[in-house]
Design a binder for this molecule. Structure first.
Ligand SMILES: Nc1ncnc2c1ncn2[C@@H]1O[C@H](COP(=O)(O)OP(=O)(O)OP(=O)(O)O)[C@@H](O)[C@H]1O
Ligand SMILES: [Mg+2]
Length: 271
């Protein structure tokens, strides 16, 4: 892919994104950039606003303040029609999979292809086969979501996210619920796609092995703010105790728990 294809040096730029739900500020002046071809990992504790951040980036939610630029185009103020055009360049793997239960696996993957172009059904079918092969699901086209495992649903979601050959791939916990081998398959796929096709990716994950395997850049969210950003090496070397507690998965540290470990054990013993 040639560099001249791009308007901006950044596939994605987020500036000062702020959003509250009621009195709670879930995103607080979040800023970062993703250069073309990079894989940005977003890390943070559960409930710190990662899925909300992705929803703002893809334009499903509007921020209270701040901007989102997709290859130089500011999208927070676009109307639905203009946004739909920009969104054709995104692939999004939702945290919950978001598959349609009444459709088969194949139909779920075909949906964005049939919705957004005049592709003949037999061509769409070929594309579906190819995308399912990429995620190791050849032969599962005819099953319904209820007939496949949680991990397989994730991979169908990934195949659907890749259906339109996006420039930008967003994945919300793509490997949650997958075994280590399938996690490695999805990780390798993400890295291969960015390297071979020049795609850029933004991946939310709690899986630190996966995060350090694929990231070219990382940000860490805490209480709605970016409290650390850098390359995997810089993140590893960052002395911030909150970040280090998270990376190392330590129970004790500065990350506040709603219930302390001792209180939790006490309650467990009383139960
Ligand atoms: N539409 C909404 N209305 C009100 N509150 C919301 C809404 N969406 C998200 N929130 C709140 O924002 C906070 C962050 O939610 P979000 O889904 O972004 O978490 P997360 O960082 O993705 O966590 P997890 O890792 O568990 O998925 C939560 O407290 C959630 O209740
Ligand atoms: Mg989430």
């Amino acid at each position: 892919m040639s560099e001249t294809k791009h308007k901006s040096p950044y596939a994605l730029e987020v500036r000062g994104l702020t959003r509250s739900f009621g009195k709670r500020k879930v995103l607080d002046n979040v800023s970062f950039q993703v250069k073309h071809g990079e894989i940005l990992i977003i890390m943070g504790g559960s409930g710190c606003g990662m899925s909300t951040l992705l929803r703002h980036i893809i334009g499903s939610l509007k921020p209270d303040a701040g901007e989102v630029y997709i290859d130089g185009t500011e999208i927070t103020k676009l109307n639905d029609l203009e946004l739909a055009k920009v969104r054709k360049r995104f692939g999004m793997l939702f945290q919950t999979g978001a598959l349609f239960n009444s459709l088969t696996v194949g139909e779920n993957v075909a949906l964005p292809i049939l919705e957004s172009s005049d592709v003949a059904p037999h061509i769409a079918e070929l594309v579906v086969k190819l995308k399912l092969e990429l995620v190791g699901l050849t032969g599962f086209e005819h099953l319904k979501p209820a007939q496949i495992s949680g991990g397989m649903k994730k991979r169908v979601g990934m195949a659907r996210a890749l259906a339109l050959d996006p420039d930008l791939l967003f994945c919300d916990e793509p490997t949650a619920g997958l075994d280590p081998v399938m996690t490695a398959v999805i990780d390798t796929l993400t890295v291969d796609l960015t390297k071979k096709l020049g795609l850029s990716a933004v991946v939310v994950t709690h899986d630190m092995t996966s995060a350090f395997r694929i990231a070219t850049q990382m940000i860490f969210l805490f209480e709605g703010k970016v409290i650390a950003a850098g390359t995997p090496e810089e993140i590893k070397a960052n002395p911030n105790p909150i970040l280090q507690q998270f990376i190392n998965g330590d129970a004790d540290g500065p990350i506040p728990l709603k219930l302390s470990k001792d209180d939790y054990l006490k309650r467990l013993l009383q139960a």
